[in-house]
Design a protein around this ligand. Structure first.
Ligand code: GDP
Ligand code: IMO
Ligand code: MG
Length: 431
């Protein structure tokens, strides 16, 4: 059995997302019995490469690619019924059948409705140059309604016609009045909305369950559980670069509330970080390289969004940010991904500290105003020219690539146990 799963494991991003969580979860899932998503929604895009084929999931846990795994969508997720039904059909059609035997959805999860997506888009458009650069998947408005309570729809409402009708009648009336007033939008038709969403509810009903109870039972029966983080620590609504974050608790700290399990449930906290940094959307990014270095990384790493296809902003590895994430989440093992992308550079820079107003600052500042005007302090390391994609043992990496990884380990203060050199499952070197 994979030692990373002894005591269960949480895999999550240490930067601003797209670190290769999908690849690492799929790799570790070989030995898992339960895979659970605990945050976010269809704003995530997790890629798994199997041979020549590339698959992207948005809501489905990547445990679907291996037989015999129970995949759970936890209460902390916001569920877009249209998106999940389309993923169920897509993957069933591609030879990965999704049935209640391998997928359960929490009755406590909140439902993304069309008016959430409309609101997300309208707010972003109205904000112009202050916009967050969201995925426009309705994520923020759905979590806001969850907190408002009376205007929220949970999965348990979606699958009950009477409750859904009563909720929609009240919500749509209110929404129509402020959508028209604030954004000049046409009114929503409550009957059409009800007719469509009751059908989605009927289709999803067989999957709806108490996922927290399933998880706790599994934990008590010593099943091997893998928590699949979405987004990343620096996009966490509390601990990320607020307000340029997503709206969920997407660091490892979110697993207990988002999946509904006791703190003892997980002993391995596996932080994933790219060998460089990327970010999609707005917000501060001290090591961004809006130049030929950034373009080199973007093209070699195919750094275009899995969900929105937007070009990702690219830059040098930021060890201050990654160390903050490791410390916050008690990382027990780090996986460095996309090391192969850096091949060919003469010199590779790493940010080891920040300066503000000429003075060195201590640690990471998760505050947009302060982080926006820091100046990175760089250390320069020699690059390598060899192609890494066919290497399968850490020892066989070029000396400069090995030294680069070892230096990152010192800087982030957590052990690097995995190095990924290509998208395929087996291109994962263990240390
Ligand atoms: P996630 O959101 O963290 O699951 O990451 P994404 O799937 O959005 O983006 C990561 C991208 O990098 C995907 O296209 C992966 O197939 C790819 N990838 C993962 N690991 C490696 C690697 O080691 N090398 C290369 N070249 N690509 C990788
Ligand atoms: P995975 O799981 C990268 C970013 C968006 C935007 C901000 C808020 O694939 O790593 P939202 O639509 O969530 O309200 O947008 O968060 N964002 C991500 N960036 N990877 C992700 O997920 C992301 N999920 C959200 O680009 O800047
Ligand atoms: Mg992604």
């Amino acid at each position: 059995m994979n030692p990373f799963l002894d005591g269960n494991a949480c895999v999550f991003g240490l930067q601003w997302g797209d670190e290769g969580k999908g690849k690492i979860v799929d790799y570790l899932a070989e030995d898992a019995q339960v895979v659970v998503r605990y945050c976010g929604g269809a704003n995530a895009g997790h890629t798994v490469r199997l041979g020549e084929k590339k698959y992207s999931t948005h809501l489905l846990p990547v445990g679907i690619f291996r037989p015999g795994i129970m995949n759970l969508i936890g209460n902390g997720v916001v569920l877009d019924p249209e998106a999940i039904i389309s993923e169920i059909d897509e993957f069933t059609g591609k030879g990965f059948p999704i049935t209640p035997d391998n997928l359960r959805i929490s009755y406590k999860a909140h439902v993304v409705m069309p008016y959430h997506k409309i609101e997300d888009g309208a707010r972003e458009t109205k904000a112009q140059d202050r916009s967050i650069g969201t995925t426009r998947r309705g994520i923020g408005p759905t979590y806001a309604d969850k907190m408002h309570r009376m205007s929220a729809i949970r999965v348990s409402d979606l699958v009950d016609d009477d409750r859904l009708k009563a909720k929609l009648d009240a919500i749509v009336e209110e929404r129509n009045s402020w959508f028209g007033h604030m954004y000049g939008l046409p009114p929503l038709n409550v009957d059409e909305l009800f007719a469509q969403y009751r059908q989605y509810g009927a289709r999803l009903k067989p999957y709806v369950d108490d996922t927290s109870a399933i998880l706790i039972q599994g934990y008590k029966a010593n099943k091997r559980i893998l928590f699949e983080g979405a987004h990343a620590v620096l996009l966490d609504v509390d601990h990320g670069t607020y307000p340029y974050v997503t709206s969920s608790s997407c660091s490892a700290l979110g697993i207990y509330t988002g999946a509904g399990a006791p703190p003892q449930v997980c002993r391995n906290f596996i932080g994933i970080m790219k060998a460089y940094t990327t970010r999609v959307g707005g917000g501060p990014f001290p090591t961004e390289q809006d130049n030929e270095i950034g373009n080199y990384i973007r093209e070699r790493g195919n750094e275009y969004g899995t969900t929105t296809r937007r070009p990702r902003r690219c830059g040098w590895f930021d060890a201050v940010a990654a160390r903050y994430s490791c410390d916050l989440c008690g990382v027990t093992a780090v996986a460095v991904t996309l090391l192969d992308v850096l091949t060919g550079l003469d010199e590779i820079k790493v940010c080891t500290g920040y300066k503000r107003g000429g003075k060195q600052v201590d640690g990471f500042i998760a505050d947009m105003g302060l982080l926006a005007d820091v100046e990175p302090i760089y250390e320069s390391l020699p690059g390598w020219k060899e192609d890494l994609t066919n290497i399968r043992r850490f020892e066989d990496l070029p000396e400069n690539a090995k030294n680069y990884v070892l230096r990152l380990e010192q800087l982030v203060g957590a052990p690097i146990r995995m190095v990924s050199v290509a998208p395929e499952r087996n291109a994962t070197l263990l240390r």
